[in-house]
Design a protein around this ligand. Sequence first.
Ligand code: SAH
Ligand code: AVI
Length: 323
Amino acid sequence: MTIAIEVHLDADTALQMAADVRAGLLAEPKELAPKYFYDERGSQLFERITELEEYYPTRAERSILAGRSAEIVSAAGAPRTLVELGSGSASKTRHLLSAMRDAGCLRTYVPVDISEEITYETAESLVGEYPGLAVRGLVCDFEHHLERIPDGAHGRLIAFLGGTVGNLYPADRRAFLARLAALMGPGDRLLLGTDLVKDSARLEAAYDDSEGVTAEFNKNVLEVLNRELGGDFDLDGFEHVARFDADEARMDIRLRSLAEQTVRLDGLDLTVGFAAGEEMRTEISSKFTRERLEAVYEEAGMAMDGWFTDEPGDYALSLARPS
Ligand code: SAH
Ligand code: AVI
């Protein structure tokens, strides 16, 4: 079989979501985890974000992959398996897959994503585009199910693109990368996409676009809570807020309550109040420098092995090995 997809979104995942959301809504200030953005509509909205003029990271990463995938694949030791964490539509991944095919090493692609629909669609398109490719997908939460990633006897390239690592809080990121390092064999390499620190006006425009797509993406998390947890959030009762926090070097994305209001979530048997102007954080998006990333790798038990940026220096892909 060329496509095999394991789904690990089970009763435990639903319980985990319920527990996370309850804790986040009862916290001070309130907070939701960004992984809950990505239902089918959330994935589609993210795809629209990647096409926006203001949202440069996707274009920047694509330009690096378009120019340097052959070099990356060779530096990674011509691996037979490409594992991709948070694969989504894998639109930029084609450059890596094509470079692996051209190097004669491509055998298996392992997309790992929490969003079921987009993972099936991506797997189907890719087997059509790369004859002979085996796709072994995992629909799961990569923060909980990393150990389910299949072993690769001939080395794996583990790609984590798009800057999604920046959506993890520092403590979660540390734990996640340390677990990943522990799973990597000496022949495995991580290819990590990270957005770089830059002018705050450009960053804020990238996360608050003029067409309002990012605002819609942000508010979609309330739709997810309404559907999955029997909530009655009124999406018009909240506005999108995106600020660059220079001290933490990260975008801080929130929903601000436009009025005093009460929200009921039957699935949690919970009623929460929002004050007028109260903000609930829905996402962070950390921005890096090379030095900071080297330190991030070191504390996770990895070492940087390669550094590739786009022409203006907006975005970086780095290779890392377990140390
Ligand atoms: N790699 C793509 C998509 C980035 S969007 C790109 O660069 O354009 C982030 C992706 O990560 C989404 O597809 C989302 O569903 C997935 N994702 C977010 N949190 C996740 C988690 N905890 N476990 C698995 N997938 C996750
Ligand atoms: C997926 N992730 C890297 C995006 C980012 O840039 O942090 C998600 C996003 N949020 C708002 N716009 C894009």
